[in-house]
Design a protein around this ligand. Structure first.
Ligand code: AKG
Ligand code: FE2
Length: 519
């Protein structure tokens, strides 16, 4: 579960430091052992050479006779003990202590991190070679990947049955390997994955070529020999009964890339374009948007009114600027860290909270009595929105790690959903206030795919919208998502405000919106 939040990755670096020290100490101990063995060998050799100069004289000397025998008895036993000593044992124990701790990554984490990287690759259309050079959208952030690193990404994709990414990363591994002075992986390993995933993607010809190349390097490779026969057979069959056009999966994939599919607002393509910032707001709408100072008739706000920006109309999305201070942000982060759990979502059938791949982040809940800052934030939300906090949920704090995201969803519970709010007696989630507690260098927008709106995180600001129509029906246009974080760490906290208690502040109406706008 380490990969879901950057906060945990920071702690992992501390663990890694201890492991590096352990490794260095172990190497030192092994070096001392080898030094000692060298000294023994030298002494043996000197004595031995002296003896062989004049064997007769040497052995006839009783002292020499004694030392020769001693060298081959007690000295040798000591030597044997030294050679066989398990210096590594203590150091290994030290390492396994860390491996057993809660905060040590597992193979599952490695898989999660690899999947996150391929998700980013797709969402932000990142080219494999640039990624391998440590670049994100032309900006170099990290060290380059070795051929072995790329190979591992390919292998993880392969294990997930994702042959498309296997091909991308194995091809990159092969490219990188050609330039490596100290090769980090065997080409035959790469070729094996490359050949098989090429076959899986429907290109038997190329799969056969790659297998032949593998057999040039390792002529007795058992799997390659078997596959070669199999591919040749398949090709033979396809010659005698040619496939219909369109059967070839690799062709399909290429076609998808070329044909421009108009965006379906519910589709993946549209969502990803919004995340990439490719969908601009219509100019006539942009012209209508205003910025205001808001006092909400609150005497305190006359002195320091809120700076509110309209970010979208229908649904009305607002951005409040500078509504959470750096000190408050630090408090919220500090209190949340030890409570972080992998974020959950409510199963709409059972009503149970569960972990889902479409929401990857860590979250924690903070109560007002935990710190004055948390109480202040709740009061501020009341002042900002004019809504009562009496039935609001606690402050939810969320940290998104590598590729962390939350796919399109509604914050309110739909009519057909089994929901926990009913038993709370607080009504549905009438409105959301989402505080951005960090800047995000790349990615991480909050997007509303149905209407094509995108809000970009800015530290200290907050987004606000109503989830329900005044009639109490859910507003389908508020469907929104947190795009995957491409660079940086994204911290948000949110306050979900409920219906009960708002009767006089946001009176409900009998008038209902058209059927297709309610949920
Ligand atoms: O993090 C974001 O940008 C949105 C989060 C969100 O929609 C949620 O937590 O319900
Ligand atoms: Fe949400």
């Amino acid at each position: 579960e380490v990969f879901t939040a950057l906060a945990d990755l920071e702690e992992l670096l501390d663990t890694e430091k201890v492991i590096i020290d352990t490794l260095k100490n172990y190497i030192k101990a092994e070096e001392q052992k080898v030094e000692l063995l060298k000294r023994y060998a030298d002494i043996y050799e000197i004595q031995h050479n002296r003896a062989t100069e004049d064997v007769q004289t040497y052995v006839s000397n009783p002292i020499n006779a004694y030392t020769l025998v001693k060298r081959l008895t007690t000295d040798l036993t000591e030597l044997e003990n030294l050679m066989g000593s398990q210096i590594s044992r203590d150091y290994l124990t030290n390492i396994s202590y860390f491996k057993e701790s809660r905060l040590f990554p597992t193979d599952e984490d490695l898989n999660g991190a690899a999947v996150a990287l391929t998700r980013l690759q797709d969402t932000y259309r990142l080219d494999t070679s640039s990624l391998a050079r440590g670049e994100l959208n032309g900006i170099k952030y990290s060290a380059e990947l070795t051929a072995a690193d790329c190979f591992e990404l390919g292998r993880q994709s392969y294990n997930n049955g994702d042959y498309y990414h296997t091909l991308l990363w194995m091809t990159e591994a092969n490219e990188r390997l050609r330039k490596e002075a100290n090769q980090t992986i065997h080409q035959s390993d790469i070729l094996e994955y490359l050949a098989f995933s090429t076959y899986k993607q429907g290109n038997i010809h190329l799969a056969l070529d790659l297998t032949n190349k593998l057999l040039e390097i390792v002529p007795t490779h058992p799997r390659a020999l078997g596959n070669k026969v199999y591919y040749e057979d398949e090709l033979q069959k396809s010659i005698s009964s040619p496939k219909k056009k369109g059967d070839d999966e690799s062709e399909d994939i290429q076609q998808q890339d070329e044909v421009h599919v108009p965006s379906d607002p519910y589709g993946r393509e549209h969502y990803e374009r919004l995340c990439r910032g490719e969908i601009k707001m219509p100019a006539d709408l942009e012209a209508k948007l205003k910025c205001r100072y808001v006092t909400n008739n609150n005497p305190f706000l006359k002195i320091a009114p809120f700076k509110v920006e309209e970010a979208f109309i229908n649904p009305n999305l607002y951005i409040f600027h500078d509504v959470m201070g750096d000190k408050e942000i630090e408090t919220v982060k500090r209190l949340a860290r030890p409570k972080f759990q992998r974020a959950t979502v409510q199963n709409s059938v059972t009503g149970e909270l569960e972990i889902a791949h479409y929401r990857i982040s860590k979250s924690a809940w903070l109560k007002e009595h935990e710190h004055q800052h948390i109480a202040d934030i709740a009061q501020r939300v009341e002042d900002m929105t004019g809504l009562s906090m009496a039935t609001a949920e606690e402050l939810q704090v969320v940290n998104y790690g590598i590729g962390g995201h939350y796919e399109p969803h509604f914050d309110f519970a739909r009519k057909d959903e089994k929901n926990a709010f009913k038993s709370l007696g607080t009504g549905n989630r009438i409105a959301t206030v989402l505080f951005y507690m960090s800047d995000v260098p790349q990615g991480g927008a909050t997007v509303f795919p149905i209407v094509g709106a995108a809000l970009w995180p800015k530290k200290g600001s907050a987004a606000f919208w109503h989830n329900l129509h005044p009639s109490g029906d859910g507003d389908v246009l508020t469907r929104h998502a947190a795009c995957p974080v491409l660079a940086g760490s994204k911290w948000v906290s949110n306050k979900w405000i409920h219906e009960v208690g708002q009767e006089f502040r946001r009176p409900c109406t009998l008038e209902r919106p058209p059927e297709d706008l309610r949920a």
